[in-house]
Design a protein around this ligand. Sequence first.
Ligand code: AMP
Ligand code: MG
Length: 421
Amino acid sequence: MKTIATIAAELQGYDPQALRVDAVNAFLSRLVEPVTTQESVGIFQALGRVLAQDVISPISVPAHDNSAMDGYAFDSAQLSGDAPLKLAVAGTLRAGAGWALPVAPGACVKIMTGAIMPSGLDTVVPQEFVSVNDNGITIPAGLLHAGDNRRLRGEDLMQGQPALRKGQLLTPAALGLLASLGIEQVAVWRKLRVAYFSTGDEILSLGQPPREGAVYDSNRYTVFGLLSRLGCEVIDMGVVRDEPSVLEAAFTRAAQQADAIITSGGVSVGEADYTKLMMKKLGDVAFWKIAMRPGRPMAVGRIGNAVLFGLPGNPVAVMVTFLAFVRPALLQMMGSTAAAPPLLKANSMELLRKKPGRTEYQRGIVSTGVDGTLQVQTTGNQGSGVLSSMVQANGLIVLHHDQGDVASGDSVDVMMFDGVV
Ligand code: AMP
Ligand code: MG
């Protein structure tokens, strides 16, 4: 486990007072380590988990050459370029059944999709292409090539080859793939345990009566949702009062139970409260000003064996810093090897004011324009407390560090929320 000082020394141009977004990710990828404990789970429990071992195909899929269409299987050697081919029908073959007899030249077999190709036959003519008469079928000239409409043995997965790699996030498609191999049980990394709490004396828990100057805690719920969708085991520690002994107890308990601790609030420069003091006292923690908007203040480090993400308090800043930094770091801790989803390009429907020298994330509504290309408009007020904008938006417009103003019609990068936010 590397200390904050070691990582800071490794990174070129590390400036905690004006840290670039890419430097934050580079720092975090050096700070966090993947879990090392595996467990075996049934396929229904495997959704969203991360594979801890390669899965080697015990069988080939498909197990035999088979038909991709309902039609007639025949030997393509009988095709001649310019004449229609007349064939007798020797019988019918359904999916799941076998065909034992040899098929004589001049004959074909009526075959259903998925049925095993009878030996010696390599091509299927779809039934809608043939004319049927009393003596059999006629295949028009020039329509087919050898091997058409035949699926080859092992074309999906070949026996003995890796079907899925260690580090694969198990998606619905991956579950289906496992099932296609007859696999019911897989080795996955254990779930990541993440404890989170909100700080600030002005923060009300649900159920408390409203009070002048106080706000209901929304961050715990967005963090709960984001973590749950990521497949983490969540440990909700409530709102923690700004009192040294209470904060100390909360951090200590979180560090004992969790792999990661997420807090919100209390990390900005002007903060009078004890959150930062307690992080400093109990852990190895860096306090950053990040060149970004929204966001900026963030604390990162370790308390005990747990990684600490001290997020800012503003509700939109919490979500944006989670998406930009915490999520990729947690995925790494979960053992996932998935590349970050690519940013999309969309044409901005408006002028966007942007100062070079920081990364800005604006809430965007991406849609398809009349010409079929993607376009994006902002949700309006981009205040870092305007949580309704995160609900309206379906993505974040990412205005990169060196980028300046964006003219209406110019292309911008967008990070879509799909399935995440
Ligand atoms: P702070 O980072 O503590 O200075 O907080 C910045 C702003 O976010 C303040 O207006 C806080 O009231 C607000 N805030 C902090 N924590 C929460 C929370 N858990 N839920 C909603 N708003 C919060
Ligand atoms: Mg505060």
